[in-house]
Design a protein around this ligand. Sequence first.
Ligand SMILES: Nc1nc2c(ncn2[C@@H]2O[C@H](COP(=O)(O)OP(=O)(O)OP(=O)(O)O)[C@@H](O)[C@H]2O)c(=O)[nH]1
Length: 389
Amino acid sequence: MSSMGDFIRWTEQFAAVDPERPHTRDVRRHPALASVLMAFIGYHVPYSLAAIAMIMGFKPFGVAPLAYLYLFIVIINILAYTLILRVRRISQRFIYWQTVFQLAAWLVMFTLYTLLMAEHRAVALVCALMTCAFVALIGNWKEGLILCVSASLSYLLAIAVAYTWFDQPIDVVSETLFLGAFIFVSLYLTMMGSTMRLSRDKARQTKLSLQKTQAELSEVMSQLERRARTDELTGLHNRRHGREVLGALQLALETQSSAATVMLLDIDNFKAINDNYGHDTGDAVLKTVAKTLATLKRDDDLLARWGGEEFLIAWPRTALPAAAIIADRLRQAVEELAIDADSARIHITFSAGLAELKPGASLNDIIKKADDRLYEAKRTGRNRVCYQS
Ligand SMILES: Nc1nc2c(ncn2[C@@H]2O[C@H](COP(=O)(O)OP(=O)(O)OP(=O)(O)O)[C@@H](O)[C@H]2O)c(=O)[nH]1
C-alpha cells in the first residue's frame, strides 16, 4: 500500500456491502444499533481494556506500552471511521448517532486517564488530535468541529474533576497552552481536511461524469458504426459492409480448399410495383423479400442489400452447382410470396446471376460476372437464375 488513499480504498473495499448478500454490513435498517457497536469497537472496548490493564499494574516497560496501546487504539479508530465513511453514504442518521457516542467516549476516556494517570493526559490528547485529524479527512468540518469541542470540554472537565476531588496538582499555564495548541491544530486540521474532502468529492464527481460521458460516447460510436454497416430499410448489411465481408471470404479461400459462390438478384419489374401501388408498398415488398431471404440463409452466408431492388448473397463452402440449387429454392420461395397491398395481392419474382468466388481474382470481376448472368436472366424472360457452368 503506497499511500493513505490506497489504504482508504482498501478499507472501503473491505467494508463494502456484498451485493450477493446485501444484508451483511448494511446498517440502513439499524443505524442506532450499528452505531453503538461501532462506538464500542472503536472506543469503549480498547480504552477500557487499556485502563484495566494499567490499573492492574501492567507497566513492564514504563510508559512505552501505553504509547503502543494508544497507537493500536488510533488504528482501530481509523478502521472504524473508514467504515463510517462507507456507511455515511448510506445513512446520514448513522453519523449523528456515532457523534453522540463519540462524545460519551471522550468523557469516559479523559475522566479515566486524568483521574488514574495524570502523567498520561497529554498522550490522550495527542491521540484525540490524531482521531480529530482523521475525522476531518474523511468527514466534514461540522463533525470535526463537534469532535474538537467535545474533546476540549472533556479535557477541561477531567482537569476540574482531578483538581477538585482528587487533589491533583494542575499547572494552569502549561495546561492552557496545551489545550490552546490542541484546539488550534485540530481546528486547522479540520478545515484542511474538509477542503481536501471537498476537492476529492469534486474530483470523484468529475471522474464519474467523465466516465458517463465516455460510456455515452462509445454507445453513440457503436450505434454509428452499426448504422454505417446496416441498410436502414431492410436491416440487412449494406453494400459497403457486404463488400468487406465478401473480401474476407475470398481471402479465406486462399487457405481453404473449399469453393464459394456469389449471387446477385434483382426483383423483376419493381418499378411497376412502385408505380401501381406507391413507394411505401415498394418498401414493404423490399422488406418482405429481405426477411424471406434472411430466414432461408445459414448463419455464415452473406446477405446484403446491394442497392435499390438488388441483393447479394454469398455462400461459403458451396460450389456453383450446389449454389444453383439453393438459388432456385430461394427463387421459388419468393415467387410463392403473396404480399397484401391495398385491395390487391402482389406476387413478385426475381432474376439472379451466379459466379464462383475464386481466390486471387478481382472482386469487381467476379461481381461483374454475376451481374452479366443476372442481365442474361432478365433478357431471357426473368424469374430465373443464370450461371456459366
Ligand atoms: N420503394 C422503393 N423503390 C426503390 C428503392 N430503391 C430503388 N427503387 C426503385 O426500383 C425501381 C427499379 O426499376 P428498374 O431499374 O427500372 O427495374 P425494374 O422495374 O425492376 O425492371 P427489371 O429490373 O428490368 O425487371 C426504380 O423505380 C427505383 O426508384 C427503394 O428503396 N424503395
